[in-house]
Ligand binder design. Structure first.
Ligand code: NDP
Length: 420
């Protein structure tokens, strides 16, 4: 029975926390700590009114401060910390976990809040030269903690959302059960949901818009190949969703899979977007609204993308109005027993079903469920191993079983249509 500290109480956290309460044989006590404690208190009340057996406490914390985090961890003494705040806080929370001797879990790799910070820029420019991709986020910052976590006998599990997270587990599962050798992986993230707004993002707008407006890239024969934003477009007929346009993006699991499965010759990631979303995003970008550089406005410093976030619908509020389904999965080519083989493993998730169950839309749901699963496997010892790991580095079977049990059942298709 574990005691868990959850940092953050946004769209993803609310699902992860509710799923922890469904898994009360693993989680007996929870502390929900975030910048705005009122959201934590509201969720605690909801869960208590439903009769959860899990003992819940709340706190306010500024997760940018290692000092505040350390003080909270030392008082609450959790077995692990689940970071479902923002990627900006990954390193401070990892530092606090090391200082207090507790395991660490997150859903997205580190990126800096201020991309103009000269100290960060210097390392970023060096990485572009060495590795050849320009995304603001990469694993180097968190992989640098490997020795510290190993020496402390602690586990850091990185990126246990859907993508990355489940998609990386799908790769480990395909390798374990279906292939002697995987040649290519195409990760396809399709959101067929409609929220009725001309423009909104399904998770944190700042993180989402930064990711989507950046250059794309994929890995071929161990090397990064970078593309212009939205340069590579394909159409795909997604099971239970239908035909959608999808675009090649840089995505963090490519980096981890490229390192951990060097045999894979090509790894790509595609995400679907509708024309309205792309037109709005281009326009906002052209007028400078996606910028993270603070500007002076009316005697105050404001960050344009943070101002935009304040104008856009809160992703957590999209639940009641979003209809349709997501389909996220991986298409593989490779060899088994000397023969060519193809495979598609995917999950279909219905926005309205998620809303009925937990009051969330499917993007938060598909991220929050695996956040709980990864955390449960670390705290119950199944995935406990000193060091810093991604989800493709463990036995995938217990994770795959829990996906079925906790609301994200998956399908294996051994004769899929491939992406050209
Ligand atoms: P939200 O913006 O909805 O929630 C973020 C939460 O973190 C809010 O409760 C916010 O507090 C809190 N927070 C932000 N800064 C701080 C701080 N300095 N100290 C304490 N708390 C803070 O984001 P989402 O729930 O949409 O996303 C959560 C994470 O999940 C992100 O890292 C995102 O990148 C990741 N993600 C991963 C996916 C995957 O598949 N792997 C997919 C989607 C998201 P406040 O309420 O005050 O704003």
């Amino acid at each position: 029975m574990a005691r868990l500290l959850v940092i953050g109480c946004g769209g993803v956290a609310q699902v992860a926390i509710q799923k922890c309460c469904q898994n009360s044989e693993t989680f007996s006590e929870l502390m929900i700590a975030s910048r705005t404690e009122s959201k934590c208190i509201e969720l605690k009340k909801k869960l208590e009114s439903q009769g959860t057996p899990v003992k819940i406490r709340t706190a306010t914390v500024n997760a940018d401060s290692v000092e505040e985090l350390t003080a909270l961890i030392n008082v609450y003494k959790p077995d692990a910390v689940l970071n479902v705040a923002l990627p900006y806080q990954d390193l401070t929370i990892m530092d606090a976990c090391l200082a207090c001797g507790v395991d660490y879990i997150d859903t997205a790799n580190y990126e800096p809040e201020d991309t103009d910070d000269p100290k960060w820029r210097e390392i970023y420019e060096k990485r572009i030269k060495e590795k050849g991709f320009t995304a603001y986020f990469d694993y180097s910052w968190q992989w640098a903690y490997e020795e510290k976590f190993r020496e402390a006998g602690l586990t850091a599990l990185l990126g246990t959302g859907f993508d990355p997270g489940v998609t990386s587990v799908f790769v480990a599962y395909a390798k374990k059960h279906y292939f002697d050798e995987i040649d290519t992986v195409d990760i396809l993230d399709c959101n067929g949901g409609d929220h009725g707004y001309p423009f909104a993002t399904n998770f944190n707008p700042e993180i989402n818009l930064r990711e989507v407006s950046a250059n794309g890239s994929y890995m071929e024969n161990g090397k990064w190949i970078e593309t212009k934003p939205m340069e590579i477009k394909r159409e795909y007929d997604f099971p239970q969703v239908g035909m959608k346009d999808m675009y090649l993006l840089h995505h963090e699991e490519i980096e981890a899979l490229g390192r951990n499965f060097p045999e894979i010759k090509r790894i790509r990631f595609f995400m679907t977007f509708g024309q309205s979303y792309l037109t709005h995003m281009k326009c906002l970008e052209n007028v400078g609204m996606l910028s993270t550089t603070p500007i002076e406005f009316d005697g105050k410093q404001i960050v344009p993308i943070q101002f935009l976030k304040a104008l856009l619908p809160d992703p957590a509020s999209l639940g009641p109005r979003t209809v349709g389904k997501t389909n996220i999965g991986c298409i593989f080519t490779g060899k088994k027993d000397g023969k060519e083989k193809t495979l598609y493993i995917y999950n279909v998730c219905d926005h309205q079903e998620c809303y009925k169950e937990l009051g969330s839309q499917a993007i938060s749901y598909t991220t929050g469920v695996p956040a709980m699963i990864g955390t449960a496997l670390v705290v119950n010892g199944t995935w406990k191993k000193p060091g810093v790991y991604t989800t493709d580095q463990f036995d995938p079977d217990p994770y795959m079983d829990m996906l079925n049990k906790y609301g994200l059942p998956w399908v294996v298709d051994e004769n899929p249509v491939l992406v050209s």
